[in-house]
Ligand binder design. Structure first.
Ligand SMILES: C[S@@+](CC[C@H](N)C(=O)[O-])C[C@H]1O[C@@H](n2cnc3c(N)ncnc32)[C@H](O)[C@@H]1O
Length: 249
């Protein structure tokens, strides 16, 4: 199961106006040029305290995952790291994390470019079998299915055999599916297409070469949510995030 989801603003930036100024159709997913223009509009001071606090919760969460699944002798690669706000505190405290982005505007915002190895653009330029652990937070939703398939393919090339891929993505629930079905015409006309929410089985169809080791659901502050599921889609609670840990076969 997969649904589209839409946004109008993000951290105070009017996304619909930005799309119009770039000649970008609101019915298409943001491109790297769109993200670049978005990041030109923000600074650490313009990011809301609430948003920064939630990202701090993700930093704690990421530390736990890297300590659990990472290989201490090798760096972890974070794909689509955005501002690097989640990773930079860990890098400063001694974790070896490399950063990747599809554009060049954002990784310097919290000093990531000064602290670690950064890659920009295609994942195919990252040396093969270089990493044992890859993380990607809040990025898969920004990809369509073909791009997501190609993301898994590239991760399989970058990881050594048995390597771990830790994904945190926006979660799907029956409540959201209901809301989407009721309102999609309105959203499609007035909001920017921001991405796709996918169920775990939908991810599995695209994750060729990987097996799922575990999954968990969280609230916005990264507290674990116990959920009941119908067809693998949560129904008794609306999780904000879903984590999927994959291992390269
Ligand atoms: C919502 S932001 C999340 C950023 C960061 N991971 C975080 O949690 O704060 C999504 C990021 O994905 C990046 N992105 C989108 N498509 C990408 C792609 N194909 N490859 C790498 N990064 C991409 C965007 O530039 C944006 O910074």
């Amino acid at each position: 199961m997969k649904i589209r989801f839409y946004q109008t603003t993000w951290n105070g930036v009017d996304l619909v106006a930005l799309a119009h100024s770039l000649g970008h159709s609101i019915r298409e997913l943001p491109s790297s040029r769109f993200y670049e223009a978005y990041y030109q509009k923000i600074s650490p001071h313009s990011l809301s305290e609430e948003w920064q606090y939630k990202k701090g919760c993700q930093t704690e969460w990421l530390k736990k995952q890297i300590d659990l699944y990472g290989d201490k002798r090798k760096p972890t690669l974070s794909i689509g790291a955005g501002t690097g706000i989640v990773e930079v505190p860990l890098i400063k405290s001694g974790h070896n994390i490399h950063l990747q982005e599809c554009q060049k505007e954002s990784l310097s915002l919290f000093g990531g470019t000064e602290l670690t190895t950064c890659y920009y653009g295609s994942l195919d330029e990252i040396p093969q079998k270089e990493y044992n652990t890859i993380t990607s937070l809040a990025m898969m939703y920004a990809l369509d299915d073909d791009q997501l398939k190609s993301f898994f393919h590239s991760c399989a090339n970058i990881l050594e055999s048995g390597g771990i891929l830790i994904l945190l993505d926006t979660s799907l629930s029956w409540q959201e599916i209901y809301s989407y079905l009721r309102n999609w015409r309105y959203f499609a006309r007035n909001y920017l297409l921001w991405g796709f929410k996918r169920s775990v089985p939908h991810f599995l169809k695209l994750a060729k070469g990987f097996e799922l080791l575990s999954k968990e659901y969280y609230d916005p502050y990264m507290k674990i949510l116990p959920v009941k599921r119908i067809m693998q889609i949560p129904y008794n609670a609306t999780p904000h995030w879903q984590m999927m840990v994959f291992q390269k076969k």
